[in-house]
Design a protein around this ligand. Structure first.
Ligand code: CA
Length: 240
């Protein structure tokens, strides 16, 4: 991880210092910015591997920085927020943030999230490379474990209480997307965009149908879902 560059954007000096110190201790190269404008400048010049971005910043706020950066590059973004309202999480994800951390948080949690996010991005890239080169066998042997639910990313298989289920491609993609953004409320529109893509012109009902199919396969009692929770009026949330 010695060459991994992390840009930390935070206007509060003591928190910035703590973040800088903790990330350096983990072996990351850390660059910092204390407002939105500098964050954009630094991100463009230094091309970090990951950005830790506070929402409340002087001038251009974190949401805006995130939105602008997303149009330019797909550097993973971990947002820091003082507000825990789920609505903020939805907004942040719509802006393109990859993960969230609500203040106050421990440095241990932060570095764990940074590590997980970098790992996830690396896996996504490997997956993309693997699916682009269809003649090569899948090399990733990564699995996501949630108690009795195991998602095998390389085999695209799901095991529930030891029983293997082969999901349809979109069911699997949807499950992985939900699981990767666990505990965050995801709107139907966001799910549609990320799982089906911009060009898909089916309605958000598609998401509901696939969630229903998924629940039949992964929930112990599909009529009382414990994994994929419906958030009334918004969308869904995956519980680990
Ligand atoms: Ca701040």
């Amino acid at each position: 991880m010695s060459n991994t560059k992390v840009l930390v954007v935070e206007d509060e000096p003591s928190l910035l210092e703590t973040l800088d110190y903790s990330l350096r201790r983990q072996g990351y190269e850390v660059i910092t910015a204390t407002d939105g404008r500098k964050a954009l400048e630094t991100a463009r010049q230094q091309q970090p591997d990951l950005i830790v971005l506070d929402i409340m910043l002087p001038g251009i706020d974190g949401f805006e920085v995130c939105r602008i950066l997303r149009q330019e590059r797909n550097t993973p973004i971990l947002m820091l927020t003082a507000r825990s309202e789920e609505v903020d999480k939805v907004v942040g994800l719509e802006m393109g943030a990859d993960d969230y951390l609500t203040k106050p948080f421990s440095m241990r949690e932060l570095t764990a999230r940074v590590k997980a996010l970098l790992r996830r991005v690396r896996l996504d890239r490997e997956e993309a490379t693997t699916s682009a080169a269809t003649t090569l066998p899948a090399v990733a042997t990564e699995r996501m474990l949630f108690g009795n639910l195991v998602i095998d990313l390389s085999r695209r298989e799901v095991t529930v209480q030891g029983v293997v289920h082969h999901l349809k491609p979109k069911e699997f993609d949807l499950l992985v997307f939900l699981a990767r953004h666990r505990r965050i409320v995801l709107s139907r529109d966001l799910i549609l965009e990320r799982v089906w893509g911009w060009e898909f012109d089916g309605g958000s009902r598609t998401v509901d149908v696939h969630v229903r199919w998924l629940r039949e396969k992964i929930e112990i009692d599909p009529s009382d879902p414990q994994r994929i929770i419906t958030v009334r009026g918004v969308g869904y949330r995956f519980e680990a």
